[in-house]
Design a protein around this ligand. Structure first.
Ligand code: NCD
Length: 316
């Protein structure tokens, strides 16, 4: 494996191998000295054309814990804002000697372009391209679900789990990558949200869909709900009547959490619109794995960097 652009780049075996490596990285992250020499001498560039807090920090910490040199290149204030093209930027990074480029870009397909252009010889990792994909987020979500579901998760998938992805599916790269990966790992995946925000093609690829969260809670016997951020910045039209209506019909709240049952797991990729897709009580409830997701993000990204750059066992 050289690049990670889409969750579809992974076989089930490769995905499980990355999740298993992430378990080991999690043990390193519990130690006093959270550092391995694995990527000493390698250079990882975080190339972020879109704002990001947790994903960029997570990749930075992950690369540093593996002893790589890390360059954070955010497009704002760089030559990119002076009109430099992706190609020019890529060629500069190649000349500098980047072994991996972690790219986030507002254009769907940007990571794919970089991976197939030949401009960069190193690995390309997609950290979110437009509304398309965000495969490391899906891996950390799968990791978090697997660890909550199995007492000994090593070697296992998500077979037997039912998971609903709820809300603004249309604009969500997190939803697209999760739909692919969670199904690959054996889970049943349901899409739930307003009809205007559930694309027909994705609904068909899922194991079921519903335009009513209450109905979904009653029919799908869910083990987990993954609430999506309403991506107001990507909406040019009115996809729902008002924020108050959205919260009332599709938001997770204490009452719905009770109906879901006490063992239902709650995920959200962050950043949350508290009071819109999820209320504060649900976000901070004992069911919530939201902070675990952030912590697991570091272990999972260490595992991805390890498999791409240090040649994991299944490298080909
Ligand atoms: C997601 C993203 O940027 O795609 N967040 C993240 O990576 N932590 C989800 C979102 O922005 O809603």
């Amino acid at each position: 494996m050289k690049n990670l652009v889409s969750a579809a780049d992974l076989s089930r075996e490769q995905a499980i191998a990355i999740l298993d490596t992430a378990l080991e990285m999690g043990e390193v992250n519990e130690r006093d000295i959270k550092k391995l020499p694995t990527l000493r001498g390698k250079t990882v560039v975080n190339l972020f054309f879109e704002d990001s807090t947790r994903t960029r920090i997570s990749f930075e910490v992950a690369a540093k814990r593996l002893s790589a040199d890390v360059i954070n290149f955010s497009a704002k204030g760089s030559s990119v804002s002076k009109g430099e093209s992706l190609k020019d930027t890529a060629q500069t990074l190649e000349a500098i000697g980047a072994d991996a480029v972690v790219i986030r870009h507002s254009a769907s397909g940007a990571a794919h372009t970089l991976a197939n252009s030949g401009w960069i010889k190193g690995s390309i990792i997609n950290a979110g391209d437009g509304t398309h994909e965000h495969p490391t987020q899906a891996l950390l979500d799968a990791f978090t679900l697997r660890s909550a579901y199995h007492s000994d998760p090593r070697g296992k998938g998500l077979d037997g789990m039912s998971i609903a992805i709820v809300g603004d599916v249309a604009h969500s790269r997190v939803a697209r990558s999760n739909l692919i990966l969670l199904k690959l790992l054996g889970a049943k995946v349901f899409l739930v949200g307003p009809s205007t925000l559930i694309p027909a093609a994705l609904a068909q690829a899922a194991d079921g869909f519903s335009f009513s969260l209450d109905q979904a809670i009653q029919t799908f016997r869910l083990d987990a709900v993954m609430m999506l951020r309403v991506q107001l910045e990507r909406m040019s039209a009115g996809f729902f009547p008002s924020e108050r209506e959205y919260a009332r019909i599709w938001g997770l709240n204490t009452q719905r959490l009770q109906e879901l049952g006490e063992n239902t797991l709650v995920l959200h990729p962050g950043p949350m619109n508290r009071g819109l897709e999820i209320d504060a009580a649900s976000a901070d409830s004992k069911n919530s794995l939201i902070l675990k997701q952030v912590a697991n993000g570091v272990s999972v990204r260490m595992a991805v960097l390890y498999h791409l750059l240090a040649g994991g066992a299944e490298n080909d």
